[in-house]
Design a protein around this ligand. Structure first.
Ligand code: IDP
Ligand code: MG
Length: 148
């Protein structure tokens, strides 16, 4: 079983798309094991996006992700990292296929609605940034056997 971190970004919060995004990922069969709404501060944003610190868009990205509350969610299930990346679509919404979250709701790379970890290693680091161990609840679901 894998875990991945999802963030419902400020543009999705402002546009009232949080439920739609959670719905699409949850419906794949992934299980929510932790969730909270929070206002990210600059320090957390810089740590979360530290791999991009030398990029031209970094300051804008930090301003954007701290501009409104976000919802942070840990999803758990089979191939979770890949399944979420696939459900989100390409980073640039103009390249994301219709049927993906970004392909259906986005038009600009700076406003692409949702974050999902890009590897198991980064998922683990990102989950630790947002959640303590005690905030993550693993539990069995009866429907689990019908999904994987
Ligand atoms: P990802 O979110 O699909 O994993 P990354 O390459 O990790 O994409 O980039 C992190 C975030 O930085 C993107 O989701 C997007 O919000 C923003 N970003 C990436 N590239 C650009 C760009 O060229 N211009 C503006 N923002 C960008
Ligand atoms: Mg990324």
């Amino acid at each position: 079983m894998e875990r991945s971190l999802v963030l419902i970004k400020p543009d999705a919060m402002q546009r009232g798309l949080a439920g739609e995004i959670i719905f699409r990922i949850e419906r794949r069969g992934l299980k929510i094991v932790a969730m909270k709404m929070l206002q990210m501060d600059k320090a957390l944003a810089q740590r979360h996006y530290s791999v991009h610190k030398d990029k031209a868009f970094f300051d804008h990205l930090v301003d954007f992700i701290t501009s409104s509350p976000v919802i942070a969610i840990v999803f758990q299930g089979k191939n979770t990292v890949e399944v979420i990346r696939q459900t989100m679509g390409e980073t640039d919404p103009t390249k994301a296929r219709p049927g993906t979250i970004r392909g259906d709701f986005g038009i600009d790379i700076g406003y692409n609605l949702v974050h999902g970890s890009d590897s198991l290693q980064n998922a683990s680091k990102e989950i630790d940034l947002f959640f303590s161990k005690g905030e993550i609840s693993d539990y069995d679901r009866e429907i689990g056997k019908w999904i994987s």
